[in-house]
Structure formats: structure tokens, C-alpha cells
Design a protein. Structure first.
Length: 266
């Protein structure tokens, strides 16, 4: 059985070190999960470093852990950035949760033309922080050594710039679009060939653009295509904006080597 993962940043530099887990993570370990002395514990810094240890003492809101060994785990390749059109508020957290569990490496909230939800003024930073908290919780649930970074709110010109950066670096930027004729697998192979890579798995990054409930507008599609993105269809059905990224990440897990690594177990 996989041990529960808790986040601690920074982790110690050497094995044999005793650390104290407190704050929200300590509360979750001691009071919610009810960790007991002698139980295996996995600590991660959310950036790939992992400490394997054992709980020594437990008090209210705190757990002391003796680290037995430290590892640095490789990130999934290709890296996947999801540009997520802002869903309606009741589905936004679900979208972040699902894409995190499915392996998103970076999440960019995007205020698209057809978004019902709007992040005005101070609301933008507040909501981005909320998405980051959801990502941390979902990463812990799925025992990920990496926590996806939630970027600040982007507008369409920011997304176009990110597409150009991805394409110029040999990555594959794609737009999920219900009217696209090219299936995901074909677009992925086409993009790999255009990037002069020998296989789709050699692509360093995939940038995935997911529209809001109303979809990506024609003008946005034109801007993104001019910047280097390829419109693709994921399958024969139209998915909700809150589930589309997670389903695509699952498909990419099969199309590439992202899912070849074994699960993180103690």
C-alpha cells in the first residue's frame, strides 16, 4: 500500500535528519489522517524531491519524522501546460482537481471571450490562489511528487505568446475544438514532425488550450492558429470544460511516455 504523501518545503539535505511536520500539513497528518508512531511517511517538496521516513512522535497538529532516504524523481515528459478557460464558479475547482490528478504540470487560468466567469481586480489573485490550493490538495490525493504551478490570470494575447514560446522551443501547442477535423493522435504526430523530433514522445512540451463553456471563439482560434497552435478534436463527443483537460491528459499518457514511470511507493 502506498504511504500518504505530505508536503514539506524545503526538505532536509541529508538522510537521518529529523523534521517536524506542522501547520496545515501537520494538522492533516496528526488530526485528520491520524498518523501513528512507526508509520511510513513520504514527504515531498512539490518540486520532485522526496523524503522517505517514519513517524517518530505525534502530538496535536504535529508529527516528527525521521528521514531514512532522499530521492529526486524525474518530471514527466513531455511537460504539459493547460490553458484553462475560466469555467463557471461551481465547476472551476473540479476542473483544477481533475487535471492535477491526471498530471498537469502547469495551469494557466484564461479569461476567454466566452467566459461567463470573470476575475475582476483583486479577485484575480484571490481566485488564482484558490486554484493553487485545490491543486495542492489534488496532488496530495494522487500522491504526486510535483505540484502543478497555477499562473496568474491570462488574457488572449498572453495565451498567444505562450503558444509561440512553446512552438519555438519544439513543443506542440494544441487547441481543443469541437469543429476540428484532425484527431489528437494525428495532430500530435504532425506537431512532432514539424518540430523535427523523431517521435511524439521526444516533444519537450505540450500546451493544451481548453475553452470555457461557450468554447473558443473564431477570432481566438484564428489568433492561436497564427501563433502556431493546431486545432484538434479529442473524440466523437463534446466534453465539458471541467473534464476536457483531464481526458486529454489521459490520452497523452498513452500517446507518450508520461505514464511509463511506476507509482511512487514507499
Amino acid at each position: 500500500m502506498a504511504a500518504t504523501v505530505f508536503y514539506l518545503d524545503p526538505l532536509p539535505q541529508a538522510a537521518g535528519t529529523r523534521v517536524v511536520l506542522d501547520g496545515p500539513e501537520g494538522h492533516h497528518a496528526a488530526d485528520v489522517r491520524r498518523v501513528r508512531p512507526g508509520e511510513n511517511i513520504v514527504l515531498a517538496d512539490g518540486k520532485g524531491r522526496v523524503g522517505w521516513g517514519e513517524a517518530e512522535t505525534v502530538a496535536k497538529g504535529t508529527v516528527s519524522v525521521r528521514i531514512h532516504r532522499l530521492d529526486t524523481l524525474p518530471a514527466s515528459s513531455p511537460r504539459v501546460t493547460v490553458v484553462q478557460g475560466l469555467p463557471k464558479s461551481d465547476r472551476a475547482e473540479l476542473a483544477v482537481e481533475l487535471m492535477t490528478e491526471a498530471g498537469a504540470d502547469r495551469i494557466i487560468p484564461w479569461e476567454a471571450a466566452r467566459c461567463v466567469s470573470r476575475w475582476q481586480g483583486p479577485k484575480a489573485a484571490k481566485n488564482a490562489a484558490r486554484w493553487q490550493r485545490v491543486a495542492v490538495s489534488a496532488a496530495k490525493q494522487s500522491r504526486r511528487p510535483f505540484i502543478p504551478e497555477v499562473s496568474e490570470l491570462a488574457v488572449t494575447r498572453d495565451v498567444a505568446a505562450a503558444i509561440r514560446v512553446c512552438a519555438n522551443a519544439g513543443g506542440i501547442p494544441i487547441i481543443l475544438h469541437e469543429d476540428a477535423t484532425l484527431p489528437l493522435a494525428a495532430a500530435f504526430d504532425q506537431g512532432a514532425a514539424a518540430s523535427n523530433t523523431t517521435a511524439a514522445a521526444d516533444t519537450p512540451e505540450v500546451l493544451l488550450v481548453v475553452g470555457p463553456e461557450g468554447g473558443v471563439s473564431p477570432s481566438e482560434t484564428e489568433i492561436f492558429t497564427a501563433a502556431g497552435a493546431v486545432p484538434v478534436r479529442l473524440g466523437p463527443t463534446v466534453l465539458r470544460t471541467s473534464t476536457a483537460a483531464a481526458v486529454t491528459l489521459g490520452a497523452l499518457g498513452v500517446l507518450t511516455s508520461r505514464w511509463d514511470s511506476p507509482p511512487m511507493r514507499y
